[in-house]
Design a protein around this ligand. Sequence first.
Ligand code: 9UX
Length: 68
Amino acid sequence: MTNTTLNVVGMTCGHCVSSVEGSVGELNGVEAVKVHLDEAKVDVTFDSEKVDLQVIKETIEEQGYDVV
Ligand code: 9UX
């Protein structure tokens, strides 16, 4: 398992948390995802043989946020 923390701009309310955790969480290969609103960070634990980090980033961006 790989553990990564992404800096994500634009998440400001609880619905943002649900959007990001929900969309990333349903990707095959993602074991855990946790949004930290106050820090503008997203912790992701995933199997790099099943899902690319790039796909995780794109999924967050598809929800309307910027991964920086
Ligand atoms: Mo809340 Mo997040 O109204 O993009 S859903 S700010």
